[in-house]
Each structure stands twice: as structure tokens, then as C-alpha cells.
Design a protein around this ligand. Structure first.
Ligand SMILES: C[S@@+](CC[C@H](N)C(=O)[O-])C[C@H]1O[C@@H](n2cnc3c(N)ncnc32)[C@H](O)[C@@H]1O
Ligand SMILES: Nc1nc2[nH]cc(C(=O)O)c2c(=O)[nH]1
Ligand code: SF4
Ligand SMILES: [Mg+2]
Length: 210
């Protein structure tokens, strides 16, 4: 299969339990919860997206003919070191494109493979780290994994319900919008009320990293 990738870059994972870790990010083009066009945002299922995932024109992006080509590009961004090789598959919605050949190829190259997904498609079974971020109005089928990352506040999602899913870590990520400060306060209040949850911040945005 070929892959449509918006952009690829070496950075630190900015969010969640793996925050601070050196990582190659592969941002796949396209999402099933929003077209990515501003004129469609108000009618989309997911309306708060902070990311441009349309097309393959970003830095490091392109169409990759097969898994071998994409893995080679990821290795190119990582460099020579064999230590703690870490790749994050995101998007857009990566599970629209991630397949056996890609996951197995990344493993063969020595990578620990993480995904950031909206959970509406089953996560690939051989991923090493599954982070699911549920969106109100969508049907989450992937209800297990290493990390449940709830963007908060988010009308239409009941934390008490998603807490029953089978995740090792429960994280609240403040919604980045014009009310960011109030959103951070709402997350802190939720952690105080429900100790199972922890606060995570989008540290790459504070640090000026990609
Ligand atoms: C751009 S999404 C791509 C992966 C996948 N489509 C998803 O939604 O999980 C990456 C992460 O950013 C989060 N995110 C998107 N927009 C955000 C915003 N405005 N504020 C905070 N987090 C946001 C998502 O919930 C997800 O955890
Ligand atoms: N540094 C950095 N960390 C991230 N964690 C999740 C991201 C994403 O957009 O999926 C992201 C991102 O875009 N950049
Ligand atoms: S599901 Fe993820 S990529 Fe798709 S619009 Fe929402 S936040 Fe953006
Ligand atoms: Mg992001």
C-alpha cells in the first residue's frame, strides 16, 4: 500500500506519559471526523482540531510508495543511533492508513511504535503504545490501550463513562482555544475531583517545538 503523509519531523513528544521523549512524528494526511477545510469545521464531528493534515505538502511529507520507503524516511529523521528509537504515528487519523507492513517494518528497524488516534477505528494490534483521544459525537471502538487522552472541557463526553474503558493511564489535556486559561482551570478542577485523571500539557507549544 502507499501512504499519504502531510509532514514528518524529529522533535520531542510534547504530550502525555511519553512527553519529553525524542521522537520522529509521522503525520498522515486525512481524517474521518473532519475534512480539514475551515469551511467544514462548524459542521464536522470534531470541531476543535489544532492541526493541518490536508495534502502531502508539509516539510518531510509526500506520497510514499510502500512501507519500505516510509520506514527509510523515518530512519533518516532519527539518524544513526539505535538507542530508544521512537516513532509517533499521528495525523489526521493514522488508523486510516497504518497497516501490517508499516508496523512490522518500523519494528524491524528497531522502533517503539506509538499512535495518536481518535479511536473510531480499531488500533493495529502490534502497536507498542496506543493513545486514544475520544471525540464527542463519534463512536469509539478502540476502548483499550496505554493512554486515554481526553481533551477537556468537551461537551458530550462523560468522564465517569470513559473511565470504565481499559486504559492504563487517564490524561486530561486542556482544550487549546481562545479560552485556554479557563480550560486549564477546568482540567485542574477535574483532577481534584477525580484522582484517576492526570493533567497533561502540550509542552511543544510552550517550547516552540513542532
Ligand atoms: C491532531 S490529533 C491527531 C490524532 C487523532 N486524529 C486524534 O484526534 O487523536 C493529535 C492530538 O491532538 C489533540 N488535539 C487536537 N486539537 C486540540 C486542541 N485544540 N486542544 C488540545 N488538544 C487537541 C487530539 O485530541 C489528539 O490527542
Ligand atoms: N511535539 C509534538 N508532540 C505531539 N504530541 C502529539 C502531537 C500530535 O499532533 O499528534 C504532537 C505534535 O504535533 N508535536
Ligand atoms: S479527530 Fe484528530 S485529526 Fe481529526 S479533526 Fe479531530 S483532532 Fe483533528
Ligand atoms: Mg498536535
Amino acid at each position: 500500500m502507499s501512504y499519504a503523509v502531510k509532514e514528518m519531523f524529529l522533535t520531542l513528544q510534547g504530550e502525555g506519559v511519553q512527553a519529553g521523549r525524542r521522537a520522529v512524528f509521522v503525520r498522515f494526511a486525512g481524517c474521518n471526523l473532519w475534512s480539514g477545510r475551515e469551511q467544514d469545521r462548524a459542521s464536522a464531528i470534531c470541531r476543535f482540531c489544532d492541526t493541518d493534515f490536508v495534502g502531502v505538502d508539509g516539510l518531510g511529507g509526500g506520497r510514499f510508495a510502500d512501507a519500505q520507503a516510509l520506514v527509510a524516511a523515518v530512519e533518516g529523521f532519527w539518524g544513526e543511533s539505535r538507542d530508544e528509537r521512537f516513532v509517533v504515528l499521528t495525523g489526521g487519523e493514522p488508523m486510516l492508513q497504518v497497516d501490517d507492513a508499516l508496523v512490522d517494518g518500523l519494528h524491524a528497524a528497531g522502533f517503539f511504535v506509538a499512535i495518536e488516534s481518535n479511536g473510531t477505528l480499531a488500533a493495529h494490534p502490534r502497536l507498542d503504545w496506543v493513545c486514544i483521544s475520544p471525540k464527542a459525537g463519534s463512536e469509539v471502538v478502540q476502548r483499550s490501550g496505554q493512554e486515554l487522552k481526553l481533551v477537556w472541557p468537551q461537551a458530550g463526553i462523560d468522564p465517569a463513562e470513559v473511565e470504565r474503558w481499559d486504559f492504563a493511564n487517564h490524561l486530561l489535556q486542556p482544550l487549546d482555544d481562545p479560552r485556554a486559561e479557563a480550560n486549564r482551570e477546568a482540567c485542574i478542577a477535574m483532577v481534584m475531583e477525580r484522582p484517576r485523571w492526570r493533567l497533561t500539557l502540550q509542552t511543544h507549544k510552550m517550547l516552540g517545538l513542532r
